[in-house]
Each structure stands twice: as structure tokens, then as C-alpha cells.
Design a binder for this molecule. Structure first.
Ligand code: RFL
Ligand code: PHB
Length: 390
């Protein structure tokens, strides 16, 4: 088999790249380790920046997003039992965010690709990449029992943090930066109308909590926990009880409903530089991870592949590799801004293990400053909705 761009991974990065290349008349094959059902059911992000929404719309996959996505113009920060609204749109030049699940983005992109009749191979086994420093890199895998070799001009490593592309780069090429946090999030999806109109990020001395949503009938709530928290210790009643305690404010009630899904995720920050080795280009979580508190991971993944698609268009139209050469640096500027923002939101809102009263007072002071100073609130708002230029 031969193609122009071999894409490893059918998450938001790989699928969006495939779509952008399709629109530019560039061939691609997407090779994915999991099943379609698995990819479409994996519950993750829920907040899209305006820039990501605009790109999906321009790429012709924004129809359902436009219909079902919930446009939000603010978020709240809660501390000391009080909520403080940050009017994102007022502070960030009218820009807003859209609540639309990553699962839905993935479903829309898969449907569009299959409708175009383009190759998207699910359940590929033993996917490996080879000859990356040559002009003919290859992807090998087994699909439906048959060994396959896909010869490409370029390989896009969109296979997430635990994928095999980054791991195939020879030792010593990449510089890696990382930070582990002693926090996890216990997330639930509940079949109940959200008790909030906008997201609430709550600081509490028992730990952080986040109130989010997916639709007018689906709530998505999170509790700070240990990264290795055992879900068996969290029957539904305990989850609701803890949510009530951490998010409670006078005159407001958190409505409960059947919990459809629950899971625990650890948190880390990670960046590798450069995001390239020879003809392999890394994009999305394959190259960088942020803790979810800033809601940036999915948006960064989409930004990376927009930059990569533009570079590939230049390469195929003019044989000009300058944008491919500039790809990593162009992405890393935004990535590091989001790394900082996500780290900042995380450390401001989470209770450190063994926190002493001094730590808590510093967090409260920072929260009070962000919610009372227009300059600080603007800094939060423009990062949260997504900076136009970095
Ligand atoms: P993905 O989504 O991990 O997709 C990678 C794909 O590659 C496949 N794969 C392979 N395929 C072939 N061969 C191999 N060897 C392979 N190894 C892996 C995988 O099966 C998968 O299909 O990476 P991508 O596309 O870079 O997208 C990144 C986003 O998924 C991620 O950054 C976000 O979900 C992060 N995130 C959030 N981001 C936001 O922008 N806003 C949010 O509100 C937000 N909330 C979150 C989040 C992530 C969370 N978790 C679970 C980590 C909330 C949570 C709880
Ligand atoms: C979500 O709805 O899943 C969500 C929202 C905001 C975040 C992280 C996750 O910061």
C-alpha cells in the first residue's frame, strides 16, 4: 500500500488532520489500534475554543456542533462558599467557548471520513513505524489478519500519549519536559439536567470539584482524588455527598441523577521537543499533555494539525519544506502558553497533599485577586477562550 500521508491514530488529532488533507486534495490513510465503537465512546474533553469550532465548521464537520453545541460566555470560580463569575466574552473581545463532547467531535469526523469513502482502518494490530529518517517512511501493522506495509511521504504520529510513534524516535533526539501532579480526577457522567448554566471550578479544603455538562440532560462532574484512587471506594452516594459538600453555596441545589459512567484520570504535564524526527511529525497528545483544569488538550491537538496541514499543503503544492521545518517551533509557542495556563489553573485550585494553612491562604488570595481584578480576570479569560496569537 502507498499513500501520501500515513496517519497513526484516529483521535481528534488524526481524524481532523485526515479531514483537512482531504479538503486540500492530499491522500491519507488512518491506522487506528482500537475499534470504532471504542473511539466513539471514550469520554474525555468537553470544552471547545472558538478557534477549534471555527476550524471544524470550515472543514464541513460543524453542522451538528452548530445545532447541539452549547455556547457559553462565562465560567465561575468558587471559593469560601461563594461563586464569582468570570465574564469570558466581555473580557476576551467577544469570544466564547462551546460545550460539545469530544465523543461527538470524533463521531462527526469518523462519519465524514467514511462518507467520503476514505481509508480509516480500525483495530489495526502491532502498529509500528520505520525508516523515519528516509524520504519513504513506512507504517507496518496487521489488519483483519493480513500483514500490511504502508509506504508514505510523511507519517503523522497522532497516537496519543501512550502511542508508539514518539517511542520510535531514537534516544537522544528529543528533549522531554514533564511534571507529575499528586492529583487525579474522579469524573462522572450523570443522566440529569445540569444544575448550573455555566462551568463552576470550585476550590475547597476537601479538594477541588468541577461542575460541567454535556447537554441539557447530561451533567459531567469531577472531584479531585488521588491519582491511584480506587473507584470501588466510591459508590454513587459517596460521590454525590462529596459533590454537595465541595460545590455547595447558599440558595442553590445540586440535583442528583443516575450515574452512567465513572472513571479516574491522573494528571501530568509533558512536552517533547522537537515534535519531529525526519519524516515523522507528532501532533496532539503524542507530543504534549496538560492537566485538564485549563480545558486545553483537545484544542491544542486541533491547533497542531491545522499547522501541520498548512505545512503539508505548501509541501505538496510547491515542493517547499519550509513550513514543515517550522512546524515544531510554530506549535510549541502555543503549547507552552497552554502548559503554563493549565499548570496555573491546576495549582490555584487543587488541594496539595499535606497542604498547610499557608498554601490554602495563598490560593484564596490568588482566587480573590483573579475574581476582583479586571487585569487578572482578563488574563484568565483570554487564555481560557484561546489566544488568537501567541
Ligand atoms: P487521543 O484522543 O489520545 O487519540 C489517540 C488515538 O491513537 C490511538 N492509538 C493508536 N493507533 C494506532 N497505533 C497505535 N500504536 C496507537 N496507540 C494509540 C488511540 O486508540 C486513539 O484513538 O489523542 P489526540 O487525538 O491527540 O487528542 C487529544 C485529546 O484526546 C486530549 O488532549 C483531551 O481529551 C484532553 N482533555 C481535554 N481537552 C480539552 O481541550 N478540553 C477539555 O475539557 C478536556 N477535558 C481531557 C479532559 C482529557 C481527560 N482525560 C481522560 C485524559 C478531561 C479528561 C478527564
Ligand atoms: C469537561 O466537561 O469534561 C471538562 C470541562 C472543563 C475542564 C475539563 C473537563 O477544564
Amino acid at each position: 500500500m502507498r499513500t501520501q500521508v500515513g496517519i497513526v491514530g484516529a483521535g481528534p488529532a488524526g481524524l481532523t488532520l485526515g479531514r483537512l488533507l482531504e479538503l486540500a486534495g492530499i491522500e491519507s490513510v488512518i491506522v487506528e489500534a482500537r475499534s470504532r465503537e471504542y473511539c466513539e465512546a471514550r469520554i474525555r474533553a468537553g470544552v471547545l475554543e472558538q478557534g477549534a469550532v471555527d476550524l471544524l465548521r470550515e472543514a464541513g464537520v460543524g453542522e451538528r456542533l452548530e445545532r447541539e453545541g452549547l455556547v457559553h460566555h462565562g465560567i465561575s470560580l468558587q471559593f469560601d462558599g461563594e461563586r464569582h463569575r468570570i465574564p469570558l466574552s466581555d473580557l476576551a473581545g467577544g469570544r466564547s467557548i462551546v460545550i460539545y463532547g469530544q465523543t461527538e467531535v470524533v463521531k462527526d469526523l469518523i462519519a465524514a471520513r467514511l462518507q467520503s469513502g476514505l481509508p480509516l482502518l480500525f483495530e489495526a494490530q502491532e502498529v509500528s513505524v520505520h525508516d523515519l529518517d528516509s524520504a519513504r517512511p513506512r507504517i507496518r501493522f496487521r489488519h483483519e489478519g493480513v500483514e500490511q506495509e504502508l509506504e508514505c511521504d510523511v507519517v503523522a504520529g497522532c497516537d496519543g500519549f501512550h502511542g508508539s510513534c514518539r517511542a520510535s524516535i531514537p534516544v537522544g533526539v528529543l528533549r522531554e519536559f514533564s511534571r507529575e501532579y499528586p492529583y487525579g480526577w474522579l469524573g462522572i457522567l450523570a443522566s440529569v439536567a445540569p444544575s448550573i448554566d455555566e462551568l463552576v471550578y470550585a476550590h475547597h479544603e476537601r479538594g477541588f470539584a468541577l461542575l460541567s455538562l454535556r447537554s441539557p440532560t447530561l451533567s459531567r462532574y469531577y472531584l479531585q482524588c488521588r491519582p491511584d484512587e480506587n473507584l470501588d471506594e466510591w459508590p454513587d452516594e459517596r460521590i454525590w455527598e462529596e459533590l454537595h459538600i465541595r460545590t455547595g453555596v447558599e440558595g442553590w441545589t445540586l440535583e442528583e441523577g443516575p450515574i452512567l459512567e465513572k472513571g479516574v484520570t491522573g494528571m501530568r504535564s509533558y512536552v517533547c521537543e522537537p515534535m519531529r524526527y525526519g519524516r515523522l511529525f507528532l501532533a496532539g497528545d503524542a507530543a504534549h499533555i496538560v492537566p485538564p483544569t485549563g480545558a486545553k488538550g483537545l484544542n491544542l491537538a486541533i491547533h497542531d494539525v491545522r499547522t501541520l496541514a498548512e505545512a503539508l499543503v505548501r509541501f505538496y503544492e510547491r515542493g517547499d519544506e519550509s513550513l514543515l521545518d517550522a512546524y515544531s517551533d510554530a506549535c510549541l509557542r502555543r503549547i507552552w502558553r497552554c502548559e503554563h495556563f493549565s499548570w496555573w489553573m491546576t495549582t490555584m485550585l487543587h488541594l496539595p497533599p499535606n497542604a498547610d494553612p499557608f498554601d490554602l491562604q495563598l490560593q484564596r488570595s490568588q482566587l480573590r485577586y483573579v475574581t476582583t481584578s479586571q487585569a487578572q480576570a482578563t488574563a484568565l479569560a483570554e487564555n481560557y477562550v484561546g489566544l488568537e496569537t501567541v
